[in-house]
Write a protein that binds this ligand. Structure first.
Ligand code: SIN
Length: 496
């Protein structure tokens, strides 16, 4: 296949960060099969570059190398040294932020400004866990047996499988591997086949930062059977996955055969509620931030907008004005404020949800069409008159579609919000303090945004309840996902 390297790649400050190989056994490598797969630019649908397509034998080798790396890294570094290595990596990520953001924009489609924001967000996890690594304390516990002492150590769990999505090609890598490396684990990463180049640039910078190559393996593949090794190989002690609920359930079942610890950050169907006492302008700003971020392709995007009937007309009119100001286009064009979807499937789902809603009585307030642009674009769209009978009520769109439902009471809307098997994020707007406490407790989600559409940050625990997953990433809880607690009871050491 002939690939024409885009000018933006040739113009990187450091073109050597654009890597189409895998990283196994401490070196950049290609599979003996010579197989490769194409990575597409969503803005044009053309091939951005070719990437090595590793097979089962390569995954087995990566896991074995990671085990060797783990034994050495976990025993030869102090927590403070691991924190310093992460700090070095953070500095290199920030120093190369423009290059990483350019690569990220080309393979994911999000605008350069958004990609720069993601690089800072990704780096914030590295900085956070650089600080957390030396603070992984154990306990000394009063024993119920005279003379005994009970203590706990936190120990790295071992080799971790890291399986990441394409919507945050940088942040989902760092949110998982920074705590793992900080705890003293080794990782084997399967980056998403849509956006592997950002992962490889980050790994290259981690190596330059001094992190031992043997404790990081990055193995791109299109071969699902090969990747299954990561959830079945007994050497792997932990699986961290971000992606769809159906894939997460499948991987969890396989991982349970060898009782691996799992973190699953899965699908959402976030409610976004605007009560009658809300500040409508703040609610519109929040809806724009959490609905149209990454063209609506985040697990925490608002999927169902419930607006009180008394303020529905005002909210809808203001949201339409804001949506009409979005400028669709190529992510590296500075005028662009909204990029494409990642692939054709994303566009098809938008179309299906809009057609279904309109056929059941919804009205298109703005957008609704595929624009005459190359690549995988869809107009940001607002629908009104949406009901529970429509697909958007139960199915995550993962695209720039804002469907507006109306409601009349708090009790009714809380029941509607909770009427889903998902429970990742939820948002609501109200100035009534008692309602803020009441509704934030009643909403069945792992994360609730009150009067804000921005809930993601390194210090805030990220994760869901119900079928949105298990485990928490980031925050003071994130490192525990990569550790075990060892209890040591010492007999007859204390005089009584
Ligand atoms: C995701 O959509 O998977 C992550 C979103 C975030 O970190 O805010």
């Amino acid at each position: 296949m002939t690939v024409f390297t885009p000018e933006a790649i040739k113009a990187l400050n450091d073109p050597s960060l654009f890597i189409g190989k895998g990283f196994i056994g401490g070196e950049w490598t290609v599979p003996s099969s010579g197989k490769e797969f194409p990575v597409y630019e969503p803005s044009s649908g053309t091939v951005l570059g070719m990437v090595s397509d590793f097979g089962l034998a390569d995954f087995k080798r990566a896991v074995a190398d990671a085990e060797t790396g783990f034994q050495k890294y976990s025993t030869s570094t102090t927590a403070a040294q691991r924190g310093q290595l992460l700090r070095n990596w953070f500095n290199l990520i920030m120093a190369n932020a423009d290059d990483i953001a350019t690569i990220l924009t080309l393979e994911n489609g999000k605008t350069f400004a958004e990609a720069k924001g993601e690089v800072s967000y990704a780096a914030s996890f590295v900085s956070w866990f650089a600080e957390e690594a030396p603070r992984s304390y154990g306990d000394v516990i009063p024993s119920s047996t005279h003379g005994n002492l009970v203590m706990t150590y936190k120990q790295p769990i071992g080799v971790c499988a890291i399986i990441t999505p394409w919507n945050f090609p940088a942040a989902m890598i760092t949110r998982k591997i920074a705590p793992a490396l900080g705890a003293g684990c080794a990782v084997v990463i399967k980056p998403p086949s849509e956006t592997p180049f950002t992962c490889m640039a980050l790994i290259e910078l981690a190596v330059r930062a001094g992190l031992p190559g043997s404790c990081m393996q990055a193995v791109p593949t299109k071969d699902r059977n090969a990747a299954t090794e990561l959830v079945t190989n007994p050497i792997i002690k932990k699986v961290s996955f971000t992606g769809s609920t159906s894939v997460g359930k499948h991987l969890s079942k396989l991982a349970m055969d060898t009782m691996k610890k799992v973190s699953m950050e899965l699908g959402g169907n976030a409610p976004f509620i605007v009560f009658e006492d809300a500040d409508i302008d703040t609610a519109v700003d929040g809806a724009m931030a959490c609905k149209f971020r990454c063209s609506g392709q985040t697990c925490v995007c608002a999927n169902r907008l419930y607006v009180h009937e008394a303020v529905a007309d005002e909210f809808t009119a203001k949201l339409v004005l804001a949506v009409n100001r979005l400028k669709l286009g190529y992510g590296l064009d500075p005028e662009t404020t909204q990029g494409p979807l990642v692939n054709r499937g994303g566009v098809e789902k938008m179309t299906a949800h809009i057609e279904d809603a309109v056929s059941k009585g919804a009205k298109i307030e703005t957008g609704g069409r595929k624009p005459a642009l190359p690549g995988f674009f869809h107009e940001p769209t607002v629908l009104s008159g949406v009901t529970s009978a429509m697909a958007v009520a139960t199915d995550e769109t993962f695209g720039p579609l804002a469907p507006i439902f109306t409601f009349s009471t708090e009790e009714e809307v809380v029941a509607l919000a909770n009427n889903t098997e998902f429970g990742l994020a939820g948002y609501f707007y109200s100035k009534d303090v008692a309602r803020v406490i009441r509704v934030s407790r009643a909403i069945e989600c792992g994360m609730v945004g009150v009067n804000t559409g921005k809930i993601s940050a390194a210090e805030a625990p990220f994760g869901g309840v119900k079928e949105s997953g298990v485990g928490r990433e980031g925050s003071k809880y994130g490192m525990a996902e990569y550790e075990t607690i060892k209890t040591v009871t010492i007999g007859s050491v204390l005089q009584v």
